[in-house]
Design a protein around this ligand. Structure first.
Ligand SMILES: [Zn+2]
Length: 229
């Protein structure tokens, strides 16, 4: 009977980026819409501001993610190159280093030395990259993938309040965008908590609180400009 274990950590990486992106999309676009609406702009101006916010936000998420993940990827590559040089310069020392790592993980000296010897004979750089540098295939930095998934997640999040702007009349826009966006945020918090195995209520309250605060502050600023405008 094959034993299948479902570990949540395997999907944490992309889930975290997707939830952050969508959360950012909802909060920043809904706040932008409420700010412009509070300044008593027309439906067309509100929609235009929301669309511009979606494109600008998606591009800045993509750019930020690409730059940070590229930097991580370059650091990883530089570390692996340094490891390759150290392996060819002093393989005995590297063997002792790997043995010590396995001893810290609980193996006795003889077994640790044997495991290190066999793994280095099989793929020395692979063993050091994985067990010394902690770089694994699943965790390897993929800048383009990260940028595109962040931009996509942001866009999906931003589209939700934008759809409300397209569907509801101007007179109902303020409360339907605020309540609708809070519901989307609560749902996002629920999904993230369930998928990550975190406490659901805490996650929902946390994401809704910060979303509500951002929307309220932006609407306040918009109302101020509306009065002074
Ligand atoms: Zn090493």
């Amino acid at each position: 009977m094959r034993h299948v274990e479902r570990h949540r950590t395997l999907r944490i990486g992309w889930l975290r980026a997707a939830v952050l992106g969508a959360n950012d999309g909802i909060v920043s676009t809904a706040s932008l819409i409420l700010g412009v609406a509070a300044a008593e702009a027309s439906s067309a101006s509100i929609l235009l501001a929301g669309m511009a916010g979606l494109v600008a936000g998606a591009m800045s998420m993509a750019a930020g993610e690409y730059v940070s993940v590229s930097a991580q990827s370059e650091t990883e590559r530089a570390d692996i190159e340094r490891e390759r040089r150290e392996l060819s310069a002093d393989p005995e020392h590297e063997l002792l280093e790997l043995t010590a790592i396995y001893m810290r993980r609980g193996l006795d000296r003889a077994l640790a030395a044997e495991v290190a010897t066999q793994l280095m004979a099989h793929d020395a750089l692979g063993a050091h990259t994985r067990d010394e540098l902690g770089i694994t295939d699943t965790g390897a930095a993929r800048p383009i993938q990260a940028a595109m998934s962040s931009a996509a997640a942001f866009s999906v999040g931003a589209l939700l309040p934008l759809l409300l702007v397209m569907l509801v009349p101007l007179s109902a826009l303020m409360w339907s965008v605020s309540l609708g966006s809070l519901c989307f945020l609560a749902l996002l918090g629920f999904i993230a908590a369930r998928a990550g195995g975190a406490p659901v209520l805490v996650s929902v309250i946390r994401v809704s609180f910060w979303g509500a605060l951002a929307m309220a502050l932006t609407a306040g600023v918009g109302a101020l400009f509306g009065i002074s405008g």
